[in-house]
Design a protein around this ligand. Structure first.
Ligand code: ATP
Length: 304
C-alpha cells in the first residue's frame, strides 16, 4: 500500500464556542481526485486551511506529504499547489508573463509553454489577465498552481459561476491533472462535478463526516429508491421499487396485454445529489450551522 498523501485523524477545530470541525478522519491516496463536499458552514474551508498550513488546529493529527502542515517549511510548500476561490491574477500581465513571474518563485518550475498547453490557453498566451473571460482566468489560476509542478493540488470550488461549457472544459483540465499523476483535493458544492471527476467523495455536514465512498457507492446507498414514472390513461404515475427489472417487466407486460402505451416511461436512479441532500438535510430541531439549507423540493415526488 502506498503512503497516503493526506492523513487526518480526530481533527478538531473550534472558533471560541463554535465547533467547526468535530473529530474527523480521512485519507487521500496518491494520484486520486478526492472530493470534499458539504453545505455552507460545514467545515470544509476550515479543514482545507489546516491542511494547507494556514490555520492551527485545536486537536487531532494531520499529515500532508509526510509532514505536519503546522510545522512544515518552504520545501514542503513547494510540493503543494493551491487554487483559491478568488484568484490572485495581476490584470496587467499577460498569461505568459503571469506564469513567468510565478515560475521565478520555484526551484524547478514546469516549462511555461507546457503549462499553457495543460490549461488550454495557447490562443490567449499573449492576452492580459483583465481581457480573459472568467473561465479563462480560472484556468490561468490553475496554471499558476501548476507552475511549481506540485504533487498535491487543492482546488477550492474551481467552477463556481461557470457556464456549462466552461465547466466541462475545466473538468477536462482537472481530469488531465490526474493523468499527470497529481493528487487533487477538490472542494465543491456541485454534485455532478464530484460524480464526474472524483475517485472518492467525502461529505461533511455540521463538522462531522456523514458519508464517504466512491460516487457510485454513494449513489447506491438508496438503490431501493429507483423511481419509475409514466403516464397512463391521463394519469401521472411515479413509483419506487427495489426490483426495477421485475417491476418494469410486470408494468410493460400488463400494458401490452391491455394494448396501452406507457407514455413518458422513465427509470431514474438517485443521483449523488439526491444522496447528498438526504444526508445533509438539517435536523427538524434546527439547521446545521450554515445559512443555506438543502431543499427537499429537489427530491422526486412520489405520487402513488
Ligand atoms: P462554505 O461552503 O460556506 O464555504 P465551509 O464548509 O467552508 O462553508 P467553514 O468556513 O469551514 O465552512 O465554517 C465552518 C463553521 O466555522 C461555520 O459555522 C463558520 O461560521 C465558522 N467559522 C469559520 N471561520 C471562522 C472564523 N475565522 N471565526 C469564527 N468562526 C468561523
Amino acid at each position: 500500500m502506498p503512503e497516503p498523501v493526506i492523513s487526518i485523524s480526530g481533527l478538531r477545530m473550534s472558533y471560541g464556542e463554535v465547533e467547526a470541525v468535530r473529530g474527523i478522519d480521512l485519507e487521500v491516496m496518491p494520484g486520486e481526485i478526492f472530493a470534499f463536499l458539504g453545505p455552507n458552514g460545514a467545515g470544509k474551508t476550515t479543514t482545507v486551511e489546516i491542511l494547507e498550513g494556514y490555520r492551527k488546529r485545536s486537536g487531532g493529527e494531520v499529515t500532508v506529504l509526510g509532514e505536519d502542515p503546522q510545522r512544515a517549511g518552504r520545501a514542503w510548500r513547494e510540493r503543494i499547489g493551491i487554487v483559491l476561490q478568488s484568484g490572485r491574477l495581476d490584470p496587467y500581465l499577460t498569461v505568459r508573463e503571469s506564469l513567468g513571474l510565478y515560475a521565478g518563485y520555484y526551484r524547478a518550475p514546469r516549462p511555461i509553454d507546457e503549462v499553457i498547453g495543460l490549461v488550454g490557453l495557447e490562443e490567449k498566451a499573449e492576452t492580459r489577465a483583465s481581457k480573459l473571460s472568467g473561465g479563462q482566468q480560472r484556468r490561468l489560476d490553475v496554471g499558476m498552481a501548476l507552475i511549481g509542478d506540485p504533487e498535491l493540488l487543492f482546488l477550492d470550488e474551481p467552477t463556481t459561476g461557470f457556464d456549462p461549457s466552461a465547466r466541462r472544459q475545466a473538468w477536462d483540465v482537472i481530469a488531465g491533472l490526474r493523468d499527470l499523476g497529481k493528487t487533487v483535493f477538490l472542494t465543491t458544492h456541485y454534485m455532478d462535478e464530484a460524480q464526474r471527476l472524483a475517485d472518492r467523495v467525502t461529505i461533511i455536514a455540521g463538522g462531522e463526516i456523514v458519508a464517504r465512498g466512491t460516487p457510485e457507492d454513494l449513489g447506491e446507498r438508496e438503490a431501493q429508491a429507483t423511481t419509475i414514472r409514466y403516464r397512463s390513461g391521463g394519469r401521472e404515475v411515479a413509483l419506487q421499487t427495489a426490483t426495477p427489472v421485475r417491476t418494469l417487466h410486470e408494468l410493460t407486460g400488463e400494458a401490452l396485454a391491455r394494448g396501452e402505451e406507457l407514455e413518458g416511461l422513465e427509470v431514474t436512479r438517485p443521483t449523488l445529489e439526491d444522496v447528498y441532500l438526504e444526508l445533509t438535510e438539517p435536523p427538524a430541531d434546527g439547521p446545521i450551522s450554515g445559512d443555506i439549507g438543502p431543499k427537499s423540493a429537489h427530491r422526486p415526488e412520489v405520487s402513488e
